[in-house]
Design a protein around this ligand. Structure first.
Ligand code: PCG
Length: 265
């Protein structure tokens, strides 16, 4: 690919990653982007502070960036009139980037200490150009490295890859709480978690059972036994990235694996 440009990555903490991911998934024009591409978009955005009163986007101009509001308040304006206001966690500027049209509205900063996440159009296009096949291959390569799934067929791994969701958790977050209902199965793609348990429902003390890392899974018990979560799962520093399956996909695609059915801690 002679036109390809390098895809830059910017370190950010896991709550920032989740904020960007949630904003992308909440945007009607972006929400169908595949999990592996969302991860790349998240990694490639960089932070920019903008002073109160400044314009992030001006109506009629050619668009070169996609944004996610990180902090502060913003006005959406057309012909000098405020149409709407928005706070943190919104993706904007996607139309000119997706459809190569000029900016359809202006975005102006209303508050002090406003900050946005920025993605350059060429990087966006580069990430989106990665074909369906390449995308599935990326996820399948990860899935094949998970010991639990190692022996599954390529076809089944591709089906799993197709329905995975991406989730980020900041250090210290309870990803799962013992005793609550749960509908997801988790594969760790980055970071480490602590597994803890209360011996009785009312005991204040939690005992540490183990830590889990990249390639490990958790959350199968409540799905297999149709019961409450049996332990706590806590994200360790600097944060955790998981790929998740909902209950139906779990049942349909991997619920029959002997290793899961026979798992006895
Ligand atoms: P689930 O659904 O009960 O949610 C908590 C998860 O912690 C549990 O599934 C297991 O996947 C995981 N886990 C890891 N180690 C242990 C352990 O020693 N005991 C239990 N009960 N769960 C564990």
């Amino acid at each position: 690919q002679s036109y390809s440009i390098p895809i830059p990555k910017y370190d950010k903490d896991f709550s920032d990653k989740q904020q960007i991911k949630d904003a992308i998934m909440d945007n009607d024009f972006l929400k169908n982007i595949d999990a592996s591409q969302v991860r790349e978009l998240v990694d490639s955005m960089y932070s920019k502070s903008i002073a109160a009163g400044e314009f992030v986007i001006r109506e009629g101009e050619v668009g070169a960036h996609l944004y996610v509001s990180a902090a502060g308040e913003f006005a959406v304006m057309q012909q000098g009139k405020v149409l709407d206001k928005m706070g943190a966690g919104k993706a904007f500027g996607e139309l000119a980037i997706l459809y190569n049209c000029t900016r359809t509205a202006s975005i102006r900063v209303l508050s002090e200490a406003a900050r946005v996440w920025v993605l350059d159009r060429r990087v966006f296009q580069q990430i989106m150009m990665c074909t369906g096949l390449q995308r599935i291959e990326n996820s399948v390569n990860f899935l094949r490295s998970v010991p639990l799934l190692m022996n599954l067929s390529e076809e089944l791994l591709a089906k799993i890859a197709d329905v995975l969701e991406l989730e980020f958790y900041a250090a210290g977050t309870y990803i799962i709480r013992q005793g609550t209902a749960g509908d997801s199965f988790f594969l760790i793609s980055q970071g480490n978690v602590r597994v803890t348990q209360k011996l009785t429902p009312t005991s204040p003390e939690e005992t540490e059972l183990r830590t889990l890392s990249r390639g490990d899974y958790f959350g199968e018990q409540a799905l297999i036994n149709e019961d409450k979560r049996t332990a706590n799962i806590i994200a360790l520093s600097p944060g955790v990235e998981c790929l998740t399956l909902d209950r139906d996909s779990f049942k349909r695609l991997i619920g029959d694996l002997c290793e899961l059915k026979e798992k006895d801690y």
